[in-house]
Write a protein that binds this ligand. Structure first.
Ligand code: HEM
Length: 196
C-alpha cells in the first residue's frame, strides 16, 4: 500500500518540480500545497463514488484486500465471495473501486508528509526570509493519519453510519487545513516566493 502511495505521489511531485524548477523553495511549497489540495478534493469525490457504487466493503479487510496489496492477488477470494453471495458487497469491480480509494488516500498522505518535511526543513534554512509556520503542515499530517484510521474503521466496522459520517467530516476538515496552508503560503512575501 505504502509503495503504491509513493509511486502515485511521484507523478504530482515530479510535475510540481518540473513546472516550478526556477521558483524559490516557498514557491515550490505553494505549488505543492495547491496540487495536494486539488488531489484531496478529487479523493473526497472518489470517496463519494465509492459509497454511491456500494463498493465500501468491496475489500472487507484492512489494510490490504484479503491480505493482498491489490485485488489481483485476491481474485480467488473475491470470486469465492461473489459466488457465495452474487448480490453481496464483494465483486472484482467493487474491490478495485475500494482499493483505488485507498491508493489515492495513501498518495495524498505521502504528499502531505512531503509538505510537512519541506516546512520544517525550510524553516531552518530560511532565516530572515519569508517562511511558513511548520505547525500547520504538521497538524494536517496528524489529521490525515486520523482520517486514514477512520477509513480503516469504516471498513472494519462494516460501514457503521456514525463512523462513515465522521470519515466524511474528516475529509472536509482535511480540505480546510490544506486551504489554510495554500492561503498562508500565497501571502508570503519576499525573494523566497518569486523568481528573480
Ligand atoms: C486522506 C484520506 C481519505 C479521505 C480524504 C477520504 C474521504 C472519503 C470520503 C469523503 C468518503 C465518502 C463518504 C460519504 O459519502 O459518506 C469516503 C468513503 C470511504 N472511504 Fe475514505 N477517505 C480517506 C481514506 C480512506 C482510507 C485509508 C480508507 C480505508 C482503509 C477509506 C475507506 C473508505 C470507505 C470504505 C468508504 C466508503 C464508505 C461507504 O461505502 O459508506 N478511506 N472516503
Amino acid at each position: 500500500m505504502l509503495v503504491m502511495g509513493m509511486v502515485l505521489a511521484c507523478g504530482p511531485l515530479l510535475w510540481v518540480y518540473l513546472r516550478n524548477r526556477r521558483a524559490k523553495p516557498l514557491g515550490l511549497m505553494h505549488a505543492l500545497a495547491v496540487v495536494t489540495l486539488f488531489l484531496t478534493f478529487d479523493l473526497v469525490l472518489f470517496g463519494a463514488f465509492t459509497r454511491l457504487t456500494d463498493s465500501g466493503l468491496g475489500c472487507p479487510d484492512w489494510p490490504g484486500c484479503y491480505g493482498s496489496a491489490s485485488p489481483l492477488g485476491a481474485s480467488a477470494h473475491i470470486d469465492a465471495a461473489q459466488q457465495a453471495l452474487p448480490s453481496g458487497p464483494v465483486t472484482p469491480r467493487k474491490a478495485w473501486v475500494e482499493m483505488v480509494h485507498r491508493y489515492l488516500a495513501t498518495g495524498v498522505g505521502v504528499l502531505i508528509t512531503v509538505l510537512m518535511a519541506a516546512a520544517w526543513f525550510g524553516r531552518k534554512s530560511a532565516t530572515g526570509q519569508g517562511t511558513v509556520n511548520p505547525w500547520w503542515p504538521t497538524l494536517t499530517w496528524i489529521w490525515v493519519c486520523i482520517q486514514g484510521a477512520f477509513g480503516a474503521l469504516t471498513v472494519t466496522m462494516k460501514l457503521f453510519p456514525a463512523i462513515v459520517t465522521l470519515h466524511l467530516l474528516g475529509g472536509y476538515v482535511l480540505l480546510a487545513l490544506l486551504t489554510v496552508q495554500v492561503v498562508l503560503l500565497a501571502r508570503q512575501p519576499g525573494p523566497w516566493h518569486r523568481c528573480p
